[in-house]
Ligand binder design. Structure first.
Ligand code: CTP
Length: 410
C-alpha cells in the first residue's frame, strides 16, 4: 500500500523522517510531498534518500528532478493513487488552506484532489494552536472526516510551554495504519487477549519472571481493535503503551491473571492467550527481603493452567487460541500442547531462532490446528498479528467446520 506524507514548514519537519521510517517498517510505500516552507527546514534529498522516490515539491516541472520532465499531471496521478495522505507536521497555514479549499501548491491541491483518507498532525506555537481561527479550521476538517492527531503538550521550540508539539511518531503512524486497515471484520466480537509475562514474588523486592516483552500480545490486541473488535487486554507488566481503544486490566501474578480472565470470560467470543504464564510460584513468600546466607533452595508449587480452565468453561461458539514458545522439537511439543489443552489452535513460536521471538519487533510462527500447520514466515509482529487473526477467523468458516466433522467421522 502507498502512503503520501505531506511535510509543511515547521521546526518539527525533521520528525517527518522518523514517520517515513515508521511507515516503511509496516511495509508501506511512502511518497513525500513538501511545501516550500518545509524545504527551508529539511532538504528534500533527505526524504528522497529514505523513500527512493523523488520528493514532490511543486505543482510545476521541478528543475531539481533528474529528468526535468515530471509534469504536474503525472505528479497528481501518482499522488492520487495513494491509499492515505498524512500531513506531519501540519502548520496553522496548511490547516487553514485545507479548511478553505485554497489550492496554491502541490500539497493543498492534492488535499482537494485525493479521495483517500486524510490524517493531519498539527504542530505549532501554543497561541497559534489555541487561536479560534485554528480551532475553527480543525472543526471544519474534523466534520469532513479528516483524522486529527492532536499535538502533545510540553516545551515548544518557541520557548513556551503548552499544546502544540507534534504528537508522538508512533501515534501518528498508528492513526495511518488505522485508516488503512479499517477492515471491520471483527465487529461484534469481544476479543480477550492476555499478554506479557506474569511474575511470582520471592520476597518484597524479587520475583521469578520470564523474558516475554508482551509485544506479540499487544500487537494482537491492537490489530483486533483496529478490525472492529471490542478488546479486553489482560496484561502482566510490560514496558508497552496500551493500544488506543483497548480496555486494559493489569495483573502481576498467574493467579491474578487467572481471576481477571475468568471474571470476564462470559463477555469474550475469542480468547487469545499470548501471555507467558509462570508455571510455578514459590510455596512461601518471604515477608521481608531474603538475606544472603549460603546456599538457598526454593520450593515451588505449580500454578493453575488458565488456558485449560478457559477451555473447560468455554461456550460452544467461543474460539480459544493458545501460544507456545518452544526451544526444541517445536512441532511435536506444539501438537502435544494443542491436544492436551484442547484449544482450537496454538500459535507456535520457535524461540531458539535468531532475530525473532522475545523482545524482537519481528517473529515467525506456525499456526497449528488439529488439521493443519500453517507457516507464517518472518515479518513484523504487527503484520503477523493480522495474519493470525485471519487464520482465527477462518476457523469460523463452514469449510473448516466441515473438515473437523469429517475427521471425527460424524
Ligand atoms: N498457560 C496458561 N496458564 C499456565 C501456563 C500456560 O494459560 N499456568 C497458557 C499460555 O498463556 C499459553 C499456553 O498456555 O497460551 C502454553 O503455555 P506454555 O507455557 O508453553 O505451556 P505449558 O502448559 O506451561 O507447557 P510446558 O511448560 O510443558 O511447555
Amino acid at each position: 500500500m502507498k502512503v503520501t506524507v505531506g511535510v509543511s514548514g515547521g521546526i518539527a519537519a525533521y520528525k517527518a523522517a522518523e514517520l517515513v521510517r515508521a511507515l516503511q517498517k509496516q511495509a508501506l510505500d511512502v511518497q513525500v510531498v513538501m511545501t516550500e516552507a518545509a524545504q527551508r527546514f529539511v532538504q528534500p534529498l533527505t526524504f528522497a534518500a529514505l523513500t527512493g522516490h523523488q520528493v514532490i515539491t511543486s505543482l510545476w516541472d521541478s528543475p531539481d528532478t533528474a529528468e526535468h520532465e515530471a509534469s504536474s499531471i503525472e505528479h497528481m496521478d501518482a499522488a492520487q493513487t495513494t491509499d492515505a495522505l498524512v500531513v506531519a507536521p501540519a502548520t496553522a497555514n496548511v490547516l487553514a488552506k485545507f479548511a478553505h479549499g485554497i489550492a496554491d501548491d502541490f500539497l493543498t491541491t492534492l488535499y482537494l484532489a485525493t479521495t483517500a483518507p486524510v490524517i493531519v498532525a498539527p504542530a505549532m506555537n501554543v497561541n497559534m494552536w489555541q487561536h479560534p481561527a485554528t480551532q475553527a479550521n480543525l472543526e471544519t476538517l474534523a466534520a469532513r472526516n479528516v483524522r486529527i492527531v492532536a499535538p502533545d503538550s510540553g516545551y515548544l521550540a518557541c520557548g513556551m510551554i503548552g499544546a502544540g508539539r507534534l504528537a508522538e511518531i508512533d501515534a501518528i503512524a498508528e492513526a495511518v495504519l488505522g485508516v488503512l486497515h479499517h477492515r471491520n471484520d471483527l465487529a461484534g466480537e469481544t476479543v480477550m487477549v492476555t499478554a506479557g509475562g506474569t511474575r511470582e514474588a520471592l520476597d518484597p523486592v524479587r520475583f521469578l519472571g520470564n523474558r516475554s516483552s508482551g509485544k506479540m500480545g499487544y500487537a494482537m490486541a491492537e490489530a483486533a481493535q483496529r478490525r472492529g473488535a471490542r478488546v479486553i487486554l489482560v496484561t502482566a507488566p510490560t514496558a508497552l503503551r496500551v493500544p488506543a481503544g483497548c480496555e486494559a486490566v493489569t495483573v502481576i501474578t498467574t493467579e491474578e491473571m487467572r481471576q481477571a480472565v475468568l471474571d470476564r470470560l462470559d463477555q469474550a467470543t475469542i480468547v487469545i492467550k499470548a501471555a507467558a504464564v509462570a508455571d510455578y510460584r514459590p510455596r512461601v513468600q518471604a515477608g521481608q527481603k531474603l538475606r544472603r546466607s549460603g546456599p538457598l533452595t526454593l520450593e515451588l508449587e505449580p500454578t493453575q493452567d488458565i488456558l485449560a480452565e478457559v477451555v473447560e468453561r468455554r461456550r460452544p461458539d467461543m474460539l480459544v487460541i493458545g501460544f507456545a514458545a518452544e526451544t526444541e522439537d517445536v512441532l511435536a511439543h506444539g501438537r502435544d500442547k494443542l491436544l492436551r489443552k484442547g484449544a482450537d489452535a496454538i500459535v507456535l513460536n520457535d524461540v531458539s531462532r535468531e532475530g525473532v521471538g522475545f523482545d524482537s519487533e519481528r517473529n515467525a510462527v506456525t499456526f497449528l490446528t488439529r488439521e493443519r500447520a500453517i507457516e507464517l514466515p518472518e515479518m513484523t509482529k504487527r503484520e503477523l498479528a493480522d495474519h493470525i487473526l485471519d487464520e482465527i477467523l477462518a476457523l469460523r468458516r463452514p469449510s473448516h467446520v466441515l473438515a473437523e466433522s469429517d475427521t471425527t467421522g460424524d
